[in-house]
Unconditional design. Structure first.
Lengths: 288, 131
C-alpha cells in the first residue's frame, strides 16, 4: 500500500455512485487542462439550452480535471483522473470563493484483464465514481461519451459479490474502535417493502471469519459460503427467519460500505486500493 | 404436482399416480432454494436419476440479483447426472417455451414417444451441454 493517505483522504467517507466505463478512444493524459476547458464550455452550452441544475440563477461553474497518480494498481494501469465542478457565485467573485458541488473520478486498479486486450488508441479506466447531483453526473457523462466514444453504465453489485465483500472486509485489521458490521436484506414477494438489518459485533464477526479462513491472504467461495451460512443460521435460531431466501442489498463494515445499487463509501485509506481492485474487477465483468 | 420440498407426505402415497419426471427448481435469487433442493435430492430414489430428473434454474434474466453461485449449480447437474435448464419466469415467451420443453421431456419420460427412452434423451441433453 503506497498511497499517500493525505492525498486520497478526500475520497473517504463520501457516498460514491458507481459506473462501468468502456475504454476511452484517443484520451490523452497530457491534455487535462484542455479537457477542463472543453467540458466547461459544454456545460455552459447546456445551461443555455436550459438543461442546467438551477434555472434562473446565474452561477459560474468552474471545471478542474486532474490526475490521481496514486490511484492505480500495477504499472500497466492508467492513473486515476479526477473531475471536479465548483460553483463561483457572482457575489464572491472578487475573492474567488468556490464551493465544490460535484466530483467524479475514473480509475483502473489491476485492470490488466481489460487493458491487455485493447488496441493502441484506447485508454482503460473502467471504474467511474460520482458524488453530487445526478444532473451534473449526466452532463459530465454525456461529454465524455461524446468526446471519447465510450459508454457509461450504472454498476450493480450482486448479492454474491456483496457476500464476498462482507467476508473480505471482516478479515481486515482495523486499529481504531470499529463500528458494527451491518448486513441489510430486502425481503421479496411481499406487498409492502420490508428490510431486515442484521448488526454483528465486529470482533465476533472477525472471530468467526478467522475460524473459517484457512490460508491468510486467500479467500475461496466455499469459505465465504460457510461464513455467510453461519451468520444466517445464527439469525434463524433466534428469529426463525431464513435470510438465505432474501436478497442481500447492503454490507457495512469498518473498511467500507457497499449497496447493491452500486453505491460505495470508503472508510479506511489503507484499504482503498484493495476495495478499488474489487470494484475494478466488477466493472470489467460488466463491460465484457 | 407441486411441492415445496421432499419427501412428499406419506399419507397420500396410495392415491398418488406414477411419477415420471421430477423438476427441481432453483431460484437464482435465493440461496435457500439451492439448499432446499440439495436436501430434497437425498429423498429421491436412485432410479429417477436415469433421465427422470432435471434442474430448472429460474430468475436468470436478472443476474444482478444473483445469490447463487453458478458453479454450484453446474456441479449439482454433474454429480446427479441430470440436465440443467435455465429460464426467466417473468418473461411470458420464455415461460411458455420452457413449459413446452418440460412437457416434451415428460412425454418421453412417460414412455409416450416411441423409440426414445428417458435415459437416451437424458444423455443426449447432457452431451449437448458439454459441447
Amino acid at each position: 500500500e503506497n498511497t499517500e493517505p493525505q492525498r486520497t483522504a478526500f475520497l473517504l467517507r463520501k457516498q460514491w455512485t458507481l459506473y462501468s466505463v468502456t475504454p476511452l478512444y484517443r484520451f490523452c493524459p497530457a491534455r487535462l487542462r484542455d479537457y477542463a476547458r472543453l467540458l466547461s464550455a459544454f456545460i455552459a452550452a447546456e445551461k443555455q439550452k436550459g438543461l442546467a441544475v438551477e434555472v434562473g440563477v446565474e452561477l459560474d461553474i468552474k471545471v478542474a480535471v486532474s490526475s490521481l497518480p496514486d490511484l492505480k494498481g500495477s504499472d500497466q494501469d492508467q492513473a486515476g483522473i479526477l473531475v471536479q465542478l465548483s460553483l463561483r457565485s457572482p457575489a464572491s467573485r472578487k475573492n474567488s470563493e468556490e464551493k465544490l458541488v460535484w466530483s467524479g473520478w475514473f480509475c483502473c486498479v489491476f485492470g490488466d484483464d481489460l487493458s491487455k486486450n485493447v488496441p493502441e488508441d484506447f485508454t482503460c479506466l473502467p471504474l467511474f465514481l460520482a458524488n453530487g447531483a445526478e444532473s451534473y453526473t449526466s452532463i459530465v457523462g454525456s461529454w465524455f461519451q461524446k468526446t471519447f466514444d465510450c459508454c457509461f453504465r450504472r454498476l450493480a453489485i450482486s448479492p454474491l459479490s456483496l457476500s464476498w465483500m462482507a467476508a473480505m472486509w471482516t478479515g481486515c485489521k482495523v486499529d481504531k474502535t470499529t463500528s458494527a458490521m451491518e448486513l441489510v436484506f430486502s425481503v421479496p414477494c411481499l406487498p409492502y417493502p420490508l428490510d431486515i438489518s442484521y448488526a454483528i459485533h465486529p470482533e465476533d464477526a472477525k472471530a468467526l471469519w478467522d475460524t473459517v479462513q484457512k490460508t491468510p491472504g486467500e479467500i475461496t467461495q466455499e469459505e465465504v459460503d460457510v461464513f455467510m451460512d453461519c451468520l444466517y443460521s445464527h439469525f434463524h435460531r433466534h428469529f426463525k427467519i431464513r435470510l438465505s431466501a432474501t436478497k442481500l442489498v447492503k454490507v457495512s463494515t469498518a473498511v467500507a460500505s457497499a449497496h447493491c445499487d452500486g453505491i460505495i463509501k470508503f472508510l479506511q485509506s489503507q484499504y482503498l486500493t484493495g476495495v478499488l481492485m474489487l470494484l475494478t474487477e466488477l466493472a470489467i465483468s460488466q463491460i465484457q | 404436482h407441486l411441492a415445496t420440498s421432499l419427501p412428499l407426505p406419506s399419507e397420500r402415497d396410495h392415491l398418488r399416480p406414477r411419477i415420471d419426471l421430477i423438476v427441481f427448481m432453483i431460484d437464482i435469487k435465493s440461496k435457500y432454494s439451492l439448499k432446499n433442493v440439495e436436501a430434497s435430492l437425498a429423498h429421491v430414489d436412485a432410479s429417477f436419476f436415469l433421465g427422470k430428473v432435471c434442474f430448472l434454474v429460474t430468475g436468470v434474466g436478472r443476474m444482478n440479483y444473483c445469490s447463487v453461485e453458478m458453479n454450484a449449480v453446474w456441479k449439482l447437474g454433474e454429480v446427479y447426472g441430470s440436465p440443467v435448464l435455465f429460464c426467466e419466469l417473468e418473461l411470458e415467451g420464455i415461460r411458455v417455451a420452457t413449459a413446452q420443453r418440460l412437457l416434451r421431456m415428460l412425454q418421453i419420460c412417460a414412455g409416450h414417444v416411441p423409440g426414445v427412452s428417458a435415459l437416451s434423451f437424458g444423455s443426449l441433453m447432457r452431451n449437448s451441454v458439454d459441447d
